[in-house]
Ligand binder design. Sequence first.
Ligand code: KIV
Length: 271
Amino acid sequence: MSIHKTARKITTHVLQAMKAKNEKIAMLTAYDYSIAKLVDQAGIDVILVGDSAANVMAGYDTTLPLTLDEIIYHAKSVMRAVEKALVVVDLPFGTYQGNSKHALDSAIRIMKETGAHAVKLEGGAEVKESVIRILSAGIPVMGHLGLMPQSIHKFGTYVVRAKEEEEANQLKKDAKLLEELGCFALVLEKIPAKLAEEVSQSIKIPVIGIGAGGGVDGQVLVIHDMLGLTQEFSPRFLRRYHDLASEIKGAVSAYVKDVRSQDFPNEKEQY
Ligand code: KIV
């Protein structure tokens, strides 16, 4: 029987059991109460309160400006809505790289103030001490390798990562390290599908891909992208399930027309 029929709430253990049973994991981002409620009701396994909020909610060019207070605000809104999904919250840039004590303080604030279930951070060996310290407090950690948007100024572009052997080998080592440290899952962003599949088969924890092909244990997309709310962003890996931008613009222009023509409100729409 599918794990979904038996489990009431998705936990990190449920995700690991899903990998063991070869059941694929579906993950999406959400940043607010209303969308999180719909996403949860529609049966998503994992909701990521991603630092992509910096782009799609706040309009910044990169994820770097998002603060801990801001992600906590988004995560609290999401947690008020969610009944079943596992909620993972991104540690924003600058809240965990400096030293492991700072990383733990940031993760504790997220867990205490939002009630979320886990945190996610970007990096491998370079964030080892932070991962160890957060895990030692009993906080589940999801890793994130490949394209790491918080390092955009180091990479210089958002192109596919780890195409060359040296970077691919480092990524494989980092994935193994994150598993050994005790991370419960790993996101692989924008890397060759073959490499992602190899990593997924080499470790026991679930690997969730974004632009990493179908050979991994689950998929994640930014909800604004898959619903067609973001218009300028169309990487090859993105499947749009809707064209909300056109729908919203159509609805708003109809409203503007009705207000101007005094068609709205009509007799039945007033007291
Ligand atoms: O912040 C985010 O939305 C993410 C996903 C792209 C995995 O980290």
